[in-house]
Each structure stands twice: as structure tokens, then as C-alpha cells.
Ligand binder design. Structure first.
Ligand code: PLP
Length: 291
């Protein structure tokens, strides 16, 4: 079973609601315009991973989107209520805790905020083991756009994911599992629901690279946690710009995200990639240890 809790000033611990019943006004701008923000977190072993990092990103997204959202204490309380209900009704080994803040009917309305807990999709877990085949797809803008056009809210985690989902469907129709977006000027950006990591081995040196945030990609909480752990473990770290040839020449290319964790990329545009087994094992251990 899945659980739903609304953040509601009249209910300090959050208001439990029926996830199978209609709950939102059809006139809310969160619905009619996809105007809102969200976070997806992994709940496993009785704990939500990287909760503070997700709340910090939610707060940044709220600021960028001019949404007034409840304080961290209200989110913690609502999530506690939601996961307790989820566990009491069967639970799951891995679950997705989603935080959503959607704009109401009028701009001056407080955001409509809720938490859902649902079992994590089995496919993500499977792909962690098997790896994924990826297409490089043009995102249609250049890598400097985010700096020129702050009103585009790039780098905020907004509800408007229809392009990301369409790109994934396109990949599936063309025999792949996932997508890595490139900018119009040929720079590697991100995947529709994950961050790109590149591992390189250079003699004794292990290096981990990721695209730079200035391209307008979402600052990944998983990438950040893996970078922190890798630095402790003696890896060199670096930030793009990365180009397709950097992926083809890498000793491992990975998609990382809170729910699917570390997923190796097997092929890009049907060309096989190298995957250094030892680097893969070390990165998987770092990713599994994230709390
Ligand atoms: N990039 C995009 C576009 C995403 O949607 C996500 C997660 O959903 C990520 C990157 C990875 O972010 P995180 O590691 O915080 O889950």
C-alpha cells in the first residue's frame, strides 16, 4: 500500500489522506500549469536517505519559483507520519518518499504541500545490477543559457517533467533504456532523472568527473554525497565541461540518483563503453553507504 499526508497548519503532524481518492482542485496552478516543485527521496532500513540535502534543495527550488512552503519541521513531521502509515500497512524494502509543493489557484494562495510514500519501482533496482543502454539526445539549448536566463528556473526541481519523460519514452521506442542530454554546443548535461558521473583511472590515480552546474543541470544530492565520500577515499574530483568523447574514453560512465542509486551505462548510441570492474565496485560501495 502507498501513503499520503498533506501538510496542514491545523494538523502539526500532517493530515493523513486517502491516496486512492481525488484530493486536489482541478483549478490549482500546480495542476493546470505544472507550476510547483518536488523532491524524491529513498526510504530504506527505516530511514530516509539524505533528508537534509533534499530539504535544502526544496527550499532553493521554492525560492526560485516564488513559492512559500512550510518550514523543515513540518516536512519532517509529515514524512514521519507518512512512513509510519506506510510501514503499518505493509511497507517495502525500498520506498520513494516524494515531497510536493504545488501552486494553488491564485498566486497569493499558500502552496498545496503533500508527502507520498510508494514502493520503489523494481526496474530501477534491476537496472542498478544490469546497467543501461543510453541515447545521447539534444536538449535544444546551449550550455550558457542558464546564466543568461534565470527566469527559466533551470537548476530548480520543478514539477514540469513532461519533456524528461518524453525523452525517456523516445529512448525506449528506439531500443535504449535512458538518455543523456547534450547542449546545442555539444556539452554533456544530465539524464532525465539522474546525474552523469565519469570515472577515469590514470595509473594509480582514480578520478571522478561530473558536468558543471553552470550548464543549468539539477545539483544532484547523490552526486554530491558520492563526491564527498570519494574525496575521503582518495579519488580526484573534477567538474566538466564534458563532451561525448569523454564518455567514450572513460573507464566507467554512471547515472546516479536518489532512487536508482549508481547505475552503470553499458552503451551510448549502441557503442559499448568500458567499465572498470574495480572502480565500479568501489563507487557502488560509496553509493550504498550514503545515509
Ligand atoms: N537530474 C535530474 C534532472 C533529476 O530529476 C534527478 C533526480 O530526480 C537528478 C539529476 C539526480 O538528483 P538526486 O541525486 O538528488 O536524486
Amino acid at each position: 500500500m502507498s501513503s499520503l499526508v498533506f501538510l496542514d497548519p491545523a494538523y502539526p503532524a500532517g493530515r493523513l489522506a486517502d491516496i486512492t481518492a481525488p484530493q486536489l482542485l482541478v483549478t490549482a496552478q500546480g495542476v493546470t500549469r505544472g507550476d510547483g516543485i518536488f523532491e524524491s527521496m529513498l526510504y530504506t532500513n527505516q530511514a530516509v536517505r539524505k533528508f537534509e540535502a533534499h530539504l535544502a534543495r526544496l527550499a532553493t527550488s521554492a525560492e526560485v519559483a516564488d513559492l512559500i512552503i512550510p518550514d523543515a519541521r513540518s516536512w519532517f513531521a509529515a514524512v514521519d507520519t507518512a512512513v509510519a502509515d506506510f510501514d503499518a500497512t505493509g511497507g517495502a524494502e525500498e520506498a520513494v518518499v516524494k515531497l510536493v509543493a504545488a501552486r494553488g489557484e491564485h498566486d497569493s494562495d499558500p502552496a498545496i504541500c503533500w508527502v507520498t510514500v510508494t514502493p520503489a519501482p523494481a526496474l530501477g533496482k534491476e537496472q542498478r545490477e544490469t546497467g543501461v543502454d543510453v541515447l545521447l539526445l539534444d536538449r535544444g539549448y546551449d550550455s550558457k543559457l542558464a546564466e543568461r536566463a534565470p527566469w527559466l528556473m533551470m537548476g530548480a526541481k520543478t514539477l514540469s517533467y513532461s519533456i524528461n519523460m518524453a525523452a525517456l519514452r523516445y529512448a525506449r521506442k528506439h531500443g535504449a533504456h535512458d538518455v543523456i542530454f547534450t547542449s546545442a554546443d555539444g556539452i554533456i548535461l544530465e539524464a532525465p532523472t539522474s546525474t552523469v558521473l565519469v570515472a577515469q583511472r590514470d595509473g594509480e590515480t582514480k578520478r571522478l568527473l561530473t558536468p558543471m552546474l553552470e550548464t543549468g543541470i539539477l545539483p544532484g544530492t547523490t552526486q554530491s554525497a558520492i563526491f564527498d565520500a570519494a574525496a575521503q577515499d582518495g579519488w580526484e574530483l573534477g567538474y566538466g565541461p564534458l563532451r561525448p568523447e569523454d564518455l567514450y574514453q572513460a573507464d566507467g560512465v554512471f547515472l546516479v540518483s536518489s532512487i536508482r542509486l549508481l547505475t552503470p551505462v553499458r552503451t551510448i548510441d549502441a557503442k559499448p563503453l568500458r567499465l572498470d570492474a574495480e572502480l565500479h565496485e568501489q563507487l557502488s560501495a560509496l553509493s550504498d553507504a550514503i545515509r
